[in-house]
Design a protein around this ligand. Structure first.
Ligand code: PRP
Ligand code: URA
Length: 214
């Protein structure tokens, strides 16, 4: 449902998502389960995020007769993880949308300035006619998401959505200000950012928990 205080935000609060997000937050959840949960939640979210993809009517031959059917219209959707942590959501989405293309945006947050630094950008051609879904588990200050969407728009992307597991109000506001046309989907909207730019209560450092780097 669209959030009353944040018109660009939809919090997907299905009971299964809320249950799984609570396990994801738990500091005792082992890395293997953390990875599985990130994928499972991304799959459940993808079901809603793709709700308004356009359809074209087609004919289908059943064993008995020809009937009317539907297929997703237009160019293949593109999932764009923000490296690294966004990679943890890709398989969950592609499982649901097997024809999706995958682009990559390499960004990291400078730990002192919290500003995003770009180190990689690769997306499929003909960006104008495609639906892009940028994915990153964490929307904190919003710097990385705002920059990733800007890079996609500069490359000619037509429609862009942003999907995260946990959002801070500060990040949602930064996205709404920079990209009011981009819908943001989150599995949870948390209380605040702390002085180090971590989401509270949050789930810690998503990249480190996914890849075991701390
Ligand atoms: C984390 C996270 C987001 C970013 C969010 O990545 O995965 O990309 O921080 O913060 P922001 O909203 O303040 O920009 P990080 O920079 O730690 O890189 P990593 O994915 O390589 O761990
Ligand atoms: N990036 C993370 O991985 N976690 C946070 O809480 C904020 C940014």
């Amino acid at each position: 449902m669209t959030h009353t205080e944040h018109p660009t935000l939809t919090v997907l609060d299905h009971p299964l998502i809320r249950h799984k997000v609570s396990h994801l937050r738990d500091r005792r959840t082992p890395k293997k389960r953390f990875r599985e949960l990130a994928e499972e939640i991304a799959s459940l979210m993808a079901y809603e995020v793709t709700r308004d993809l356009p359809l074209a009517q087609v004919e289908v031959d059943t064993p008995l007769e020809t009937t009317r059917g539907w297929q997703i219209r237009g160019k293949k959707m593109v999932v764009v993880p923000i490296l690294r942590a966004g990679l943890g959501m890709v398989d969950g989405i592609v499982r649901l949308v097997p024809g999706a293309r995958v682009g990559h945006v390499g960004l990291y947050r400078d730990e002192d300035t919290l500003e995003p630094v770009t180190y990689y950008f690769k997306i499929p051609g003909e960006a104008g006619g495609r639906d892009f879904v940028v994915v990153d588990p964490m929307l904190a200050t919003g710097g990385s998401a705002v920059e990733a969407v800007r890079l996609l728009k500069d490359a000619g992307a037509g429609s862009v959505r942003f999907m995260c597991l946990v959002a801070a109000p500060e990040g949602v506001e930064a996205m709404a200000e920079a990209h009011p046309d981009v819908s943001v989907y989150a599995a949870a909207l948390d209380r605040e950012l702390d002085e180090r730019g971590y989401i509270r209560p949050g789930l810690g450092d998503a990249g480190d928990r996914l890849f075991g780097t701390r």
